[in-house]
Ligand binder design. Structure first.
Ligand code: NDP
Ligand code: 8X3
Length: 251
């Protein structure tokens, strides 16, 4: 069996880090990306006993940095078999009339334009190889809009649209495209959303049994290990306690 190479954005935390760990445990080489070099180094140390690991430190919203980083990959990683477009966050939780323009720009630049830049850098490789698998991490916020979710939901609706667009435009080129849309997952997501307010972030996941990053990593691994003719196109996953973005069985 050929060893595969996976590029994972947002591998310094949460879903991306858990996915990198699970891939490595299962013999998939990983290109781990993020802005926090110290965390990437730590993860590289841990995973390099199992598989080949390459770190790439860049901001997905920085177009030039994205292309420079991906072009710098060594020969061992010239082929990218799997791309996990995972980097992203919510910034703020405010009504649209009270929202911060800086927060809006961060979400659109990172969650939408960042995903596009990374995909644009990786797709030519996959097209030349006539093979590849792109997984876009959306959200339940890609499927519905909730109070104060406005621009985050818009950014994730865009991810949903781009996932469909990639599947349409890349059809026939040997590349699988699909999205995984998680509901509430207890990661650093809410700490980022609430700008470091750990108490407020912890409250989001209190009183019910939320998903954890390993649950999503497990699903992503399932998706990438299906036979080639099977493409999981769109997968929504929520905690059993969650029914919609606003209906959560909390006690
Ligand atoms: P975390 O905050 O734990 O992780 C976010 C990751 O994204 C980090 O590794 C961070 O790395 C990276 N990232 C953020 N901004 C940038 C940037 N500008 N450039 C490069 N990397 C960046 O959150 P999650 O693991 O929960 O989130 C991962 C994905 O899952 C996101 O797309 C999120 O929207 C989505 N999601 C999360 C849900 C949840 O409830 N947690 C539910 C549904 C979807 P670094 O800071 O080092 O750059
Ligand atoms: C994250 C899901 O509902 O916390 O994408 O915004 S939610």
């Amino acid at each position: 069996m050929n060893t595969k190479n996976a590029l994972i954005t947002g591998a310094t935390s949460g879903i991306g880090r858990a996915t990198a760990k699970l891939f490595a445990q299962n013999g998939i080489n990983v290109i781990i990306c993020g802005r926090r070099q110290d965390r990437l180094n730590e993860l590289e140390k841990e995973l390099s006993a199992k598989v080949k690991v390459q770190t790439l430190t860049f901001d997905v919203a920085d177009k030039k940095a994205v292309f420079k980083a991906i072009e710098s990959l060594p020969q061992a990683f010239a082929q990218i078999d799997i791309l996990i477009n995972n980097a992203g966050n919510a910034h703020g939780l405010d009504t649209i009339q009270d929202g911060s323009i800086d927060d809006w720009e961060a979400m659109l630049d990172i969650n939408v334009k960042g995903l596009l830049y990374v995909s644009k850098a990786v797709m030519p490789k996959m097209i030349a190889q006539k093979s590849g698998h792109i997984i876009n991490i959306g959200s339940t916020a890609a499927k519905e809009v909730y109070p104060k979710g406005n621009v985050y939901c818009a950014s994730k609706h865009a991810v949903d649209a781009l996932n469909q667009a990639m599947r349409i435009d890349l059809n026939g080129l040997g590349i699988r495209v699909g999205a995984v849309h998680p509901g509430m997952v207890a990661t650093e997501f809410s700490e980022v959303r609430f700008k470091g307010d750990t108490q407020k972030a912890a409250n989001v996941y209190k009183g019910f049994h939320p998903l954890v990053a390993d649950d999503i990593a497990d699903i992503i691994h399932f998706v990438v290990t299906r036979p080639y003719h099977v493409n999981i196109a769109d997968l929504v996953v929520m905690s059993t306690d969650q029914a919609t973005s606003t209906i959560v069985n909390k006690n």
